[in-house]
Design a protein around this ligand. Structure first.
Ligand code: NAP
Length: 272
């Protein structure tokens, strides 16, 4: 076993490092394929699209984008029901159950699943452990299903960064299961990070699914954070810990919030 491990260490690491030399060509080939796919995008007229979480944010704007392209919509939300679940049975199991029941129909109709995960699936910002875990679980689950479905059902995994919705306005689920708005917590988490418009995000998602892409990250520059996570995770973890947790016990002391406060004060001075 020791010998097998040693051999694998040499062979796999050498092949992986060699493969990195061809990364550029591989990415170029992928963009070429994506351009060709753009020419043969799916026609959405009359297609049935089920959107969960359609009463606000990304889901709401996806509904507008699909409606504009002539799709028939089934919209799901829960706004006026009492909150009974906690956030970590929602994000993962909500998607698992709906996919489980829909898969037979999707196979017959050569349908598609669009998974709204998050960059939080690999950028592990502190204070949102259950959210991050559920998003990482979604990625693993649908990566596996994509392999199992083969060409029967297309799976596009979307990983948004910060998008301008109720979520980035500071909507959180309290321990008691109540929806609450906490602007200060929002400032700690989002700070000076650019927030993408929800309209642009929804449009990019629909077009990506029509092309049959495997992944989409919005905004696309957030994709580079994967490199940081893979090649220098210590730097990424240290940065997140320093910026979001900070030296004090309260999240109000975090550098990410303090920097935002200073920038806002300067803005007020310059633009009264
Ligand atoms: N905004 C961002 O920066 C960002 C970044 C990364 C990933 N995401 C992901 O994008 C997805 C959409 O978020 P958003 O930003 O559009 O937030 P949002 O504006 O708060 O929308 C959330 C939607 O989900 C519905 N919902 C919540 N709990 C539900 C439940 N238990 N059953 C059924 N529907 C439920 C809400 O409707 P009701 O309250 O009426 O049920 C609402 O329509 C989420 O998965 C989020 O994690 C967002």
């Amino acid at each position: 076993m020791d010998l097998a491990d040693k051999l694998m260490n040499v062979i796999v690491i050498t092949i992986s490092l060699l493969a990195l030399f061809f990364l550029h060509q591989y990415r170029f080939l992928n963009s070429l394929i994506s351009t060709v796919r753009t020419l043969f995008k799916e026609n959405l007229t009359g297609k049935v699209v089920l959107i969960t979480g359609a009463s606000s944010g990304i889901g709401e704007h996806l509904a507008y984008e699909y409606a504009r392209r002539g799709a028939r919509l089934a919209l799901v939300a829960r706004r006026n029901q009492r909150l009974q679940e906690v956030a970590d049975d929602i994000n993962f199991w909500g998607s698992v159950y709906s996919s489980y029941f829909a898969q037979q129909h999707l196979k017959k109709s050569k349908g598609k699943i669009i998974v709204i995960s998050s960059c939080a699936g690999w950028v592990f910002a502190p204070r949102t452990a259950f959210y991050n875990a559920s998003k990482a679980a979604l990625i693993s689950f649908y990566e596996t299903l994509r392999i199992e479905f083969g060409t029967q059902i297309g799976v596009t995994i979307v990983t948004p960064g910060f998008i301008d919705t109720e979520m980035t306005e500071g909507k959180f689920l309290s321990k008691e299961g109540r929806l609450e708005v906490d602007r200060e917590m929002r400032d700690v988490q989002v700070s000076l990070m650019p927030v993408e418009s929800v309209e642009k995000c929804a449009k990019a998602i629909v077009e990506s699914a029509r092309r049959g892409d495997r992944y989409l990250t919005v905004p696309s520059w957030m994709e580079t954070t994967i490199l940081w996570k893979v090649f220098c995770p210590e730097i990424m973890d240290g940065w997140n810990r320093f910026m979001i947790l900070g030296p004090g016990s309260s999240y109000r002391d975090s550098p990410s919030k303090k920097i935002l406060d200073v920038v806002n004060e300067i803005k007020q001075l310059l633009l009264p």
